[in-house]
Design a protein around this ligand. Structure first.
Ligand SMILES: Cc1cc2nc3c(=O)[nH]c(=O)nc-3n(C[C@H](O)[C@H](O)[C@H](O)COP(=O)(O)O)c2cc1C
Length: 207
């Protein structure tokens, strides 16, 4: 069985970054879920912080740098994508949006995508539903039902360990993504030969 490709896009700006931390936890949970199903996965992380000037230059020149082209190609070839943004001014960050503005608008068509975000306040969690999900809907990606939002209060044991806490939301979203990635790969593998029903019937009659 061929190794699946998972690309993780993190738009965090701080170092260390809570956005990257969330992205890593989602990637690990997805790897584990696929591993449990006997599907090995190759994980590649794209840190948009390192590509910020390349993205801006692409917007004004129309051409990607070698590093940006490589990141865009990795996404185009991926079996699944995890896209995580910090919430800035009640929406995705400008860098996150600009990156998905320069990607070919067919690159994500039919591709399973898990969306997630970090924010200072839990009150902005619906930015995932009113901003991030429509962005990927426009790009015709298949966005998993569970979007994961981590506010400052979700980190640490109190928020993380509850049954509806961050850890369980990460597991649920990762299992949804792993299911779609496994299913998508299965459909690209050679199909079993199906003998038409009339032929099966004819074989029975002549037996
Ligand atoms: C310019 C700016 C605007 C922000 N606006 C919001 C906001 O509207 N809502 C919110 O919940 N957090 C907001 N935040 C907080 C960040 O979303 C939060 O700190 C995020 O987790 C930072 O991610 P990072 O650690 O990966 O850089 C803002 C932060 C900055 C720098």
């Amino acid at each position: 069985m061929n190794t699946l490709k998972l690309v993780v896009v993190s738009a965090g700006l701080s170092q260390p970054s809570s956005t990257r931390l969330l992205a890593d936890r989602l990637a690990e949970a997805t790897r584990q879920s696929l591993g449990d199903a006997g599907r090995p996965v190759d994980v590649r992380v794209v840190e948009l912080r390192d590509l910020a000037t390349d993205v801006a230059n692409n917007m004004v020149t129309g051409f990607p740098s070698a590093a940006l082209r490589e990141a865009l190609e990795a996404i185009t070839e991926a079996d699944g994508v995890i896209a995580v943004t910090p919430i800035f001014t009640a929406s995705y960050s400008g860098l996150f949006k600009s990156f998905f503005d320069v990607i070919d608008n067919t690159a994500l068509t039919g591709k399973p995508v898990l969306i997630a975000a970090t924010g200072g306040t839990a009150r902005h969690s619906l930015a995932l539903e009113h901003a991030v999900r429509p962005l990927f809907g426009y790009l015709r990606a298949i966005v998993v039902p569970t979007a994961v939002y981590a506010a400052s209060e979700d980190w640490g044991t109190a928020g993380d360990d509850r049954t509806d806490g961050l850890a369980s939301r990460i597991t649920r979203a990762a299992e949804e993504l792993a299911g779609l990635m496994g299913g998508r790969a299965a459909t690209t593998e050679p199909a079993e030969t199906v003998v038409p029903f009339e032929q099966q019937l004819a074989a029975l009659r002549s037996a």
